[in-house]
Design a protein around this ligand. Structure first.
Ligand code: PLP
Length: 388
């Protein structure tokens, strides 16, 4: 049996499995220890009431022959695509057409699958450290990857590649560093892509956490981006949909290659849509009540982020991110390596962080803390770090 050899080139990315193993071993040796995780990027707060009501209503509709729905339209239901266009784009003065919106089951599938439309010999650039899906999905397809280091030394702003690349993945606000690009910095990348005939894959999964006025919510706020960029969105962190599953991707009809048509063709062949129930739930976050309720949850997480930043900085740690994102990226003290710091924190404070090197070589010497915990657990973890 011949298999896709490129899978053999995947690095054994067992980051979260490795963390779980180490935490388990620690718990076995220290059964009385109460470990707090500030490591995993999943949310903890429940769905907001507007979403729950929409889920119930949609479930009831599915139980009545008059309102039952089977397969839905391939690009998603009009009610959701129109709500996305109106609220996420037109309200910000951005022109996006409903035909450019593809509802998905989340940003992981789309950020992972979209590379299928690229030629095998395309060279792909990613920032380093990076959300691993962009790298692994391109390695599976046999493409060469160029890494653009983002560290405190360059202010976490990637330098342009030294060679021609065909596609560039940008994720802002960033996972894992929690840092952002302002409009001018993003414009430089749009101009670069236009000049060099490259495509930008812009992952805006954390857009809802933006607090600063000069940080763009969409790459299409930048002139020319509809000629060079595809944008991915997720309701996972915006509205606690990690278990509900829904997101969307914007594929402009104005790109120099017919990606809108090709993505539609790809999805029609390999994807049968996001459930009606999930799409009704997503629609509910655009109602006035839904908007207010999801904002309250985002504010809750951002209070954790602020508290973490203030406490860790007061303790003398060098921290980044956390102002427009639910992640705080911290430099380890005295040049300690990421895993060593992870162990020190686990043993000393019984707190779990994520070693930065797990996101790429430029993440060495950093760790990531997430703001997705409860106030109580976050506070307790910080108290223990203080005492350590
Ligand atoms: N993009 C980034 C940068 C993420 O951090 C995540 C999830 O952690 C995703 C995409 C995936 O989101 P979804 O749950 O919509 O698949």
């Amino acid at each position: 049996m011949k298999i896709n050899d490129h899978y053999m080139n995947l690095s054994s990315n067992y980051l979260f499995a490795d963390i779980a193993k180490k935490v388990q071993a620690f718990k076995a040796e220290n059964p009385e220890a109460e470990v707090i995780s500030l490591g995993i990027g999943d949310v903890t707060q429940p769905l907001c009431p507007a979403v729950v009501e929409a889920l119930h209503k949609a479930a009831d509709e599915m139980g009545q022959s008059a309102t039952f729905r089977g397969y839905g339209p391939e690009r998603g239901y009009d009610f959701l695509r129109n709500a996305i266009v109106e609220n996420d784009y037109r309200a910000r003065g951005i022109d996006v057409d409903a035909d450019e919106v593809f509802v998905s089951d989340g940003a992981k599938s789309d950020t992972g699958n979209f590379q299928e439309l690229l030629s095998e010999d395309c060279v792909v650039a990613v920032t380093d450290p990076v959300y691993p899906v962009y790298v692994d999905s391109n390695v599976m397809a046999g493409r060469r990857i160029v890494k653009l280091p983002c560290t405190a030394e360059n202010g976490f702003v990637p330098a342009f590649p030294q060679e021609h690349v065909d596609a560039i993945y940008l994720c802002y606000p960033n996972n894992p560093t929690g840092t952002t690009l302002n409009k001018e910095q993003l414009k430089a990348w749009v101009d670069y892509a236009l000049q060099h005939n490259a495509l930008i894959f812009y992952d805006a999964a954390y857009e809802a956490f933006i607090q600063s006025a000069d940080v763009p919510h969409s790459i299409y706020e930048i002139e020319g981006a509809k000629q060079c960029a595809v944008e991915f969105h997720s309701f996972s962190k915006t509205a606690g949909f990690t278990g509900v599953r829904c997101g969307y991707t914007i594929v402009p009809k104005t790109l120099p290659v017919p990606l809108n048509q090709l993505w539609s063709r790809r999805q029609c062949t390999k994807f049968n849509g996001t459930s009606y129930i999930s799409q009704r739930a997503a629609e509910a976050i655009y109602s006035p009540e839904g908007k207010a309720q999801i904002k309250a949850t985002i504010d809750y997480y951002m209070q954790n982020a602020t508290h973490m930043l203030e406490t860790l900085r007061a303790l003398g740690y060098e921290c980044y991110g956390g102002e427009n994102a639910p992640y705080v990226w911290m430099r380890t003290p005295d040049g300690m390596d990421s895993w060593k710091f992870f162990e020190t924190l686990l043993h000393g404070a019984n707190v779990v962080c994520t070693p930065g090197v797990g996101f790429g070589p430029a993440g060495e010497g950093y760790v990531r803390f997430t703001a997705f915990g409860t106030h109580e657990k976050t506070e307790e973890a910080l108290m223990r770090i203080k005492k350590q």
